[in-house]
Ligand binder design. Structure first.
Ligand code: SF4
Length: 352
């Protein structure tokens, strides 16, 4: 039997593993043991799953496999973050960014190769859409990052802010989320798993209804539809600011959750105090915290970063109105890994 015809267990939940013919007649806890080997110990070889009977290991090897994704290149930043570059079977490449810090280890994952939202401030958006990533390719990024960490350390936070709009690939993203947040597996806390959307209004309720308990971030860069439609062309298709606000205000979040507003400050676009005032009015409608992200310019970008005074004035305006607000220090700027700087590479650049 060729390897590709075997069932890949990397993105299967324990209840699905239990349905394997190899596990029929076995006690129910066996599926959980297999799941633990795959995700807690990151073992791909059934023969090394030593608490399983030999006959079961052989039967699993005949009918299933566990795929593994390794980066074909790792680029280290001066600030300790790393950009991991992966290639799918079609040669298409996608990045993840690993950002260890004192109290957490954050991994920014990609959900698509390219992106069809076309945001003008984002380098990914300029390259167009190539394809969705599978749940396995998303989980493969998390496993690869976990393997790079020292013994006893693990990825604590996963943010879907790499390449792609996660809500445009929701079935695969939710499958990956269910596996990575499973308490017998990688154990990433649901609340520390964040789906970041540019505002796909119809999909936001699906995320809440999924009962995965993930956090939702909304990416904004303007406070009028006129400006937003210019900078985020997809906004015309997926919902204006009023529709987005109403969608967020109308949902009941899990206890203790708030929306994170990732507000990209671009000089002359949405960084005025009038913008801060409009944003403040919008925020009054739903529970939130705000991350201000000064724009990271890339070669040829049509936009500039605001000066520090403008960033501080915007922050102070929101803070004076009691909005929880921080300014994000983007990491990995020297390796093109900061927010909005992930570039779509051609397949030829990958040398897996
Ligand atoms: S900002 Fe996000 S949604 Fe917009 S083009 Fe870039 S990857 Fe896509």
């Amino acid at each position: 039997m060729s390897d590709m015809t075997l069932l890949d267990l990397l993105d299967r939940l324990p209840s699905e593993i239990a349905l394997l013919p190899a596990l029929q007649g076995e006690p129910p806890y066996r599926a959980l043991q297999v799941f633990q080997w795959v995700h807690q110990h990151r073992v791909e070889d059934f023969d090394r799953m030593t608490n399983l009977p030999k006959g079961l290991r052989d039967a699993l090897a005949r009918s299933a496999r566990v795929s593994r994704l390794d980066p074909y290149q790792v680029i280290r930043s001066r600030d300790g973050s790393e950009k991991l570059l992966f290639a799918g079977p079609d040669g298409r490449t996608f990045p993840a960014v690993l950002m260890p810090s004192e109290d957490r280890v954050t991994l920014c994952v990609s959900s698509q190769v390219g992106c069809r939202m076309g945001c003008r401030f984002c380098l990914t958006g300029q390259g167009g859409f190539v394809r969705h990533l599978s749940a396995r390719e998303i989980l493969g990024q998390v496993h690869a990052a976990m393997r790079r960490l020292p013994e006893g350390s693990r990825v604590t936070n996963v943010v879907f802010m790499g390449m792609g709009e996660p809500l445009d690939n929701l079935p695969e993203v939710l499958r990956a989320v269910r596996v990575m947040t499973h308490r017998e597996g990688l154990r990433v806390a649901p609340r520390r798993t964040t789906l970041s959307t540019v505002g796909l209004v119809e999909r936001i309720p699906e995320v809440v209804a999924s009962a995965t308990g993930v956090s939702i971030a909304l990416s904004l860069c303007a406070t009028t539809d006129e400006v937003r439609n210019e900078v985020v062309p997809a906004a015309r298709r997926y919902g204006n600011l009023q529709a987005v606000t109403e969608a967020l205000a109308g949902l009941t979040l899990p206890h203790g959750h708030v929306y994170t507003i990732e507000y990209t400050l671009i000089a002359g676009v949405g960084d005025s105090l009038d913008d801060a005032r409009r944003l403040s009015r919008m925020l009054a409608r739903f529970p939130h915290k705000v991350n201000l992200i000064p724009f990271n310019p890339w070669p040829g970008s049509p936009f500039r970063r605001p000066d520090d005074g403008a960033v501080e004035a915007f922050r102070q305006f929101l803070e004076d109105r009691h909005h929880p607000v921080t300014v994000r220090r983007s990491r990995g700027q020297d390796i093109g890994a900061a927010c909005g700087m992930l570039e779509l590479a051609s397949p030829a650049e990958a040398t897996p």
